[in-house]
Ligand binder design. Sequence first.
Ligand code: GLN
Length: 500
Amino acid sequence: MSDLIRMNASDLVEAMNAGQVSSVEITQAHLDRIAAVDGDVHAFLHVDSKGALDAAAAVDAQRADGQNLSALAGVPLGLKDILASKGLPTTCGSKMLEGWIPPYDATVVTKLRDAGIPILGKTNMDEFAMGSSTEHSAYGPTHNPWDLERIPGGSGGGSSACLAAFEAPLAIGSDTGGSIRQPAAVTGTVGVKPTYGGVSRYGVVALASSLDQVGPCARNVLDTALLHSVIAGHDPRDSTSINKPVPDVVGAARRGDVKGMKIGVVRELSGEGFQAGVQTRFDETVTLLEGLGAEVVEVSCPNFPHALAAYYLILPSECSSNLAKFDGIRFGLRVGDDGSKSVEQVMSETRAAGFGPEVIRRIMLGTYALSAGYYDAYYGQAQKIRTLIAQDFAKAFAQVDVLISPTAPTTAFKIGEKMADPVSMYLNDVATIPVNLAGLPGMSLPIGLAPEDNLPVGLQIMAPAMADDRLYNVGAAIERELLSKWGGPIWAQAPELAGA
Ligand code: GLN
């Protein structure tokens, strides 16, 4: 078997079932690829060759034994460093957690291990998942495999870049305001933020608990659906977990039929701020959907323009509380503990040394927004906007089955371009934030390259709560058409990496 690193996960499983290749060989091929290119890409913070190969060997033995295996058994994966993984470092891209080795696995990690999915390592991310470029990682940025001078999106840039660089066929991300979808968009990969509560958050380091959701990432729609069905489902250890059957995302990904569906284009997610080539590819996709028999209409969501402002009050408020536990006493870093200082001094020195500037900015903003006298004016107002946005969605879904928009306003920007101006960084998530505020599912999938820079453009699909299957149905229909139009996957158009 050649080119194992470029195969789809579903094809790798078929090849393993046919006895053509082993999980050890597949896993080794990806470890070799990581060794060859990750010096340039920096998708991984930590690589666990031994753990991955041991897991692969165990699956190979089970397969040889004729045991009933999961649909992704033996296919390796990159895990965002925000999920607690027993015996493996979990840093959240922060110096604050340097050296912390969790004594337990997140529920999602347990599910991956139970499904026989070897974990290649932990992927790079903006510190505590705050950012849209992975430049806020305390361990240095990840580079976009399409152009190493550009960002891979954020906060989960490592999880998207490892797919685009063929270092892994599957990855796990987390999405609080777009951190799965926006990196997918700018790297030409697929990423899904499931319905809030659809995937357990137990063992996931919390950024903003009312928004956070873990989700699957891959290079095509079916692989993403297969991974989604592995990680989703009720977890009694997460009080926000939904106790209902998981939508049939795999069936939907295999179907891909939009005939007779009603699809809404969100009027407010276009125009000013959206790159011309992004809009061009989006408009072509609308025509493509009409050609497939869908009825596409324009829908107005009048409160969406306020989503970003509401998010940047709600998120800092929640994170200022969630990050209070990083005090130098319980986890990771401790600074100034020389016996001469008070506990408060040690906590204060540790937090000043351990957190980077973006994290400190948000903790200060959140603390201010929640303080007496300002709570109603800021946090309370933001929560009202949140309700209005949920109502916009409810009205829209009374008319249409799914909504669509570009995932990100621009293609990947240059490393360093937006670091000096936090608001310009925040604007990358204008289109992805509304579904987090409303708890809904969203997908990004590649719809081509922008003519002006030859970089990937993503389409966002949004659906009602627990209708995650609609994302996969619509995504698969579009993907099938584009594959035949392009004569192959989008990544075939990407430049070769030097280490290849
Ligand atoms: N880029 C957004 C932010 O900085 C989203 C982060 C995320 O989804 N984790 O908050």
